[in-house]
Design a protein around this ligand. Structure first.
Ligand code: ADP
Ligand code: MG
Ligand code: MG
Length: 247
C-alpha cells in the first residue's frame, strides 16, 4: 500500500524556487533511490520531508500514511516514524551514545503516548541493535561521535536508525566519502531495516552504494523535478553515461 505520496511539490528557500513540481510515490516495503547532479534539490527534498524550517512549500501535497505530512512539526513526523539521516553527523561532547539514544527513543515513545522504556529494557534493545551492526558496548558508552572515524559515525547513525525503528528512513548522501568497509556498514543498516511495512528513500550522488543495496526503483532528480524513473539498471546507465544523458 502507498506509504508516501508526493504530488506536484514546489519548495522555495528564501523566495527562490528549488523544487519545481516533484512527483514521487513510495509503497510500503520498497527501497527507492534518488540520484542526481549537485544542486538538483535532493537535500531540499529530504529536509522538506523531515520538516526542517526555511523550506517553504508553495504548491503541491505530501501524504504520509494517508494524512497530510506537511502540517506536522518535525518532532511529530519523527514520532510517526519518519527518520532523516545526516550527511554530516554532529558530535555531542558530554552526552554518551546510550543517553542520546535513550532520550531520542523515549521522546518518540512519549509522542506516541507510550511509557518510557526502563533502563534494563533499553539496554537490551541497544545491545541487540548495536550487536547486529557490529558496534561494541564501549562505543555505545562514548560521547556521541566524538573522535569517531567517518565509518564509525556511519555505523552509529545506522544504530540510531535501527533503535528508533522508523517506518520510512530518508538517507541523504549517507554514503558520501565512505570507504568500502563503511559503505558495507551503511548497506547492512539499510538491509537490516528492510521489511514489508517499511520504506527507504536513499539519496545518493554515486552508484556504488547500490552495489550493496538493491533498490526497487531509481529516480533521477534534476532541476527540481523527477525527470526519469526506472529499475536498478537506471543507476548503472547513469554511472556509465552521466546525468547529462537523462536530464
Ligand atoms: P542537492 O542536494 O541535490 O545537491 P540542494 O537541495 O542542496 O541540492 O540544493 C538545491 C539548490 O538550492 C542549490 O542551488 C542550492 O544552492 C540551493 N540551496 C540549498 N540550501 C539553501 C539555503 N539554505 N539557502 C539558499 N539556497 C539554498
Ligand atoms: Mg512501486
Ligand atoms: Mg545534497
Amino acid at each position: 500500500s502507498t506509504l508516501l505520496d508526493i504530488k506536484n511539490l514546489h519548495v522555495a528557500i528564501k523566495g527562490e524556487e528549488i523544487l519545481k513540481g516533484l512527483d514521487l510515490t513510495i509503497a510500503s516495503g520498497e527501497v527507492h533511490a534518488i540520484m542526481g547532479p549537485n544542486g538538483a534539490g535532493k537535500s531540499t527534498l529530504a529536509s522538506t520531508l523531515a520538516g526542517r524550517e526555511d523550506y517553504e512549500v508553495t504548491e503541491g501535497s505530501v501524504l504520509y500514511q494517508g494524512a497530510d505530512l506537511l502540517e506536522l512539526a518535525a518532532h511529530e513526523r519523527a514520532a510517526k516514524g519518519v527518520f532523516l539521516g545526516f550527511q554530516y553527523p554532529t558530535e555531542i561532547p558530554g552526552v554518551s551514545n546510550l543517553n542520546f539514544l535513550r532520550s531520542a527513543l523515549n521522546a518518540q515513545r512519549h509522542q506516541r503516548g507510550e511509557p518510557p522504556l526502563d533502563g534494563g529494557a533499553f539496554m537490551k534493545l541497544a545491545r541487540e541493535k548495536a550487536g547486529q551492526l557490529g558496534m561494541s558496548i564501549d562505543m555505545l558508552k562514548r560521547f556521541v561521535n566524538v573522535g569517531f572515524s567517518g565509518g564509525e559515525k556511519k555505523r552509529n547513525e545506522m544504530v540510531q536508525m535501527t533503535v528508533l525503528d522508523p517506518t520510512i528512513a530518508i538517507l541523504d548522501e549517507t554514503d558520501s566519502g565512505l570507504d568500502i568497509d563503511a559503505l558495507k556498514v551503511v548497506a547492512d543498516g539499510i538491509n537490516t531495516m528492510r521489511g514489508a511495512d517499511k520504506a527507504i528513500l536513499l539519496i545518493t550522488h554515486y552508484q556504488r552504494l547500490l552495489d550493496y543495496v538493491k533498490p526497487d526503483h531509481v529516480h533521477v532528480l534534476a532541476d527540481g523535478r523527477i525527470v526519469r524513473s526506472g529499475g536498478p539498471e537506471l543507476a548503472l546507465e547513469l554511472e556509465e553515461k552521466g546525468y547529462q544523458s537523462v536530464a
